[in-house]
Design a protein around this ligand. Sequence first.
Ligand code: ADP
Ligand code: ZN
Ligand code: ZN
Length: 742
Amino acid sequence: MYAKVIVDIVHEQLDKVFEYHIPSDLEGVLKVGMEVVAPFGNGNREISGYIVEISEICEFDTAKVKDILRPASKRNAIEENLIALAAWMKEHYGGTMIQALKTVLPVKKETVIREKRYVRLLLDEEAGRAKLAEFLSDLRMKSRARVMAALLENQVLEQEFIIKKLNVSKSVIDALDKQGVVRIESEQVFRNPIKESKAAWEPIEYNEEQQNAIDRFREDYLKGEKKTYLLYGVTGSGKTEVYMEMIARVLRDGKQAIVLIPEIALTYQTVMRFYRRFGNRISILNSRMTDGERYDQMMRAKEGAIDIMIGPRSALFTPFPNLGLIVIDEEHEHTYKSEQIPRYHARETAIKRAELEGTSVVLGSATPSLESFYRVQCGEYEIFTLKERSQKQSLPEVYTVDMREELKAGNRSILSDKLRELMRDRLDKKQQMMLFINRRGYAGFISCRSCGYVAKCPHCDVSLTSHRGGKLVCHYCGYEEKEYYTCPECGSKHIGGFRAGTQQIEDLVKAEFPQARVLRMDMDTTREKDGFEKILEAFANGDADILIGTQMIVKGHDFPNVTLVGVLAADLSLYADDYRAGERTFQLLAQAAGRAGRGSEKGEVVIQTYSPDHYAIETAAKQDYEAFYEEEISYRKLMGYPPVDQLLAVLAEGEDEELLETACAYLKKYAERVGKQEVYVIGPASPYVGKVNNMHRRVLYFKHSKFEMLTLMKDKLEQYIEVNAGFKKLRIQFDFNPMNIF
Ligand code: ADP
Ligand code: ZN
Ligand code: ZN
C-alpha cells in the first residue's frame, strides 16, 4: 500500500503530494488524515506530514519510494470531508495545501492529553480474599492490604482515590500491577467548559413569521432538499429561537449542528439559552481557551459526546460524524473573513462544507451582507423574513442631527443640543444610555492647521495617534514618540488633534453631568483578561448610567434598560478609502440603533453627522435596510465591485522597494497577457498602509465577473512567481473579495 502525503513545510515548491510506501506493520494502522513521520530529501531528515490518500497504486518509481516511519501522534487525524474542504480552500483562496490542512485541523499544536487512571482488580473474589489474608499477615504489606480490601468492595477504583484517600503510594500500585493482581487502565478525559445549571427550558409560542420559517425549513428538510437560507430579521425578532427549533429538528434524526457566532457576541447569556434547551449536549469554542481545552471540545464532538458546537469562525471545522445543519448568526460580520492564509470567508466555506456533507446552511442578520442579499435576489439563497420584534416592541425613534448647523448656531461641543437634552432626561428618569464613536485614543491624529503636516510613524507610514500622557503612538507597530506642541515643519503652534476619542468624550460627559456614573469601553480599557466582560456586566447590573465606547459596544448585547443611544461622528467610517465604507457605516448605525429600547420602554437614537444626506446615513436613520441595499447595489454594479463582480487583491511585500516595483510591473504585464484583456487589472498602488516594519508594500487588484476566472489567474500567477527567481525575496499574498482595500 502507498500513501500520498502533504509534508509540513510551507514552501510553494513543496506544495504537492509526496508518495510513500506503507510498511506492512503499519498497514491498517495508518489512515487518511493521520499525521505521520517520514524521511525527506537527500539527507532523509525526518519530517511530518498528513496522509491525504491511500491506494495500492504508486505513480512514483516504486524502486525509489521511501517508507513511512511511524504515526506522529495518536491524535489529529483529519476527517476525509475536511481534507476535501481544505483542498477547496486552497484552490479558492490561495496558499499551500499544508496551510489549508492546518486551518481545518482542530488544534495546531501538540497538547497535553488529560487522562484519568483506574486500578482494576484482576483476581476473583476467592483469590482476592486469599491475597488479602496474605497481606494482612505481613506487617510490611499494610498498604497493599488496604488497596486489596477496597478493591474487594469495588472492582475498579480511581488511582487518585487510592493515592489520596487510602494514602497508598504509586509505587505500591505499580508493584501490584507487576504481580498481576491489578491492572492500571487509563481513559482520556475531555474538559467540559459548560457549567451545570438547573435552568429549565420552557417552550414558547412562535409568532407567525417564525412559524413560517420553521415550517418551510422542515418541509425542505423532509424532502431532502439542501439549501442556503437567509433569515433576515430585525434585532430582537426571535432569530435565535428559530435557529434552535431548526437545530432541534435535525438533532431528532441523530445529526449534529454548528452555530457560528462572532466572538464578541458569544456571551454567557447566549450560551445559557442553548444550554437551557439542549443541556449538556452543547459545547463552545472561544479564543480564551487553551489549545488543550479546544482540542477536548473537538474530540467530544468527534466521539459523539455533544451535538451542538457554538463558536467563532474556527468552530466551522468541528469534526462531527453526521453534520445536519450549519447556522451563521450575524452573517454580515467582517470577522468571518480570516486574516491568515488561506484567507477564507466562513460563509462561503460553510456553504461548501454543507455541500460536501449534504446539509443546509442558515444565515441570520438584521443587516445582511450585500453578498447574501444579492444572492437572494439572484435566486441562489432562500429568504425568511421576520419583520416584527418578537413581542411587537416598536423600533426606536431616530433623530439625525446636522453638526454643521450646530456649529453655525454656536455650539462647538461634540454633543449636540438634542443629544444633551435627551441625556439629561434619561438621567432624571434613571434609565441607561450608550454613546458610540468609531475611534479610539484620546484625540486621533495630529496635524498642523497652518501647513498641513501630519505626524506619521517612520516605519509604517500611518498617522500616529495622540495618547494621554503626551505620547504619540503607532497602532500598527507600537512605535512611540513624545507629542510635540509646535509643528516640526513650519514651527506653527496650531498643531493638534481634531477628532474626539472615547477618553475625550468621557471627560466631557463627566464635566457636563457630574452626577452621572460613566463607564468607558475601548481597546484601552479592555486590554486585561475579561476586561470586556467586566465592563458589560457592570453596565448590565446598572452600575453606570452611561456606557461610552467604540464599535464593540454596539454588537449583539441586550440591555433592556437602555433607552437612548447617541452616535457621535457617524460619518468617520464613511471616509475610509474602501468600497465597503457605506455598508459598514449602515451596519454600524443600524446595529447601534438596535441597542435602544429592547425592553418595555421605547428607545430613542441620536445620529450626529456632517453628511446627513448620505444614503447610508439616511437609510440607517429610517432603519430601512432594503432602501440602503438598492442604493448600494447600484453603486457596486456601476463600479463593478463585489458582490456583482469579483475582486482579487495581490499584496506584495519586500524590503527592497525597487525590486518590489519591478516585480509588480512584471506581474501586471504577465497578468494582462494571460487575462487577454478580459480580466481588469488595477495598480500596482501603494496601499493605505504603504510600509509596515520596514517592509514596503504594493497591491494589485484584478476584477472579473466570474470567480473561476480569478482563481485561474491566481494559479497562473503562482506558477509564474514560483519559476521566477526575482520573487524569492518578496512575500506575495492573495486575497479574494477582501474585506478592506489595503
Ligand atoms: P434575535 O436573535 O433575532 O435578536 P432573539 O431570538 O434573541 O432575537 O429574541 C429576542 C427575545 O425575544 C428573546 O428573549 C427571546 O427569548 C424572545 N422571544 C423570541 N421569540 C419569542 C416568541 N415567539 N414568544 C416570546 N418570546 C420570544
Ligand atoms: Zn506646520
Ligand atoms: Zn509603526
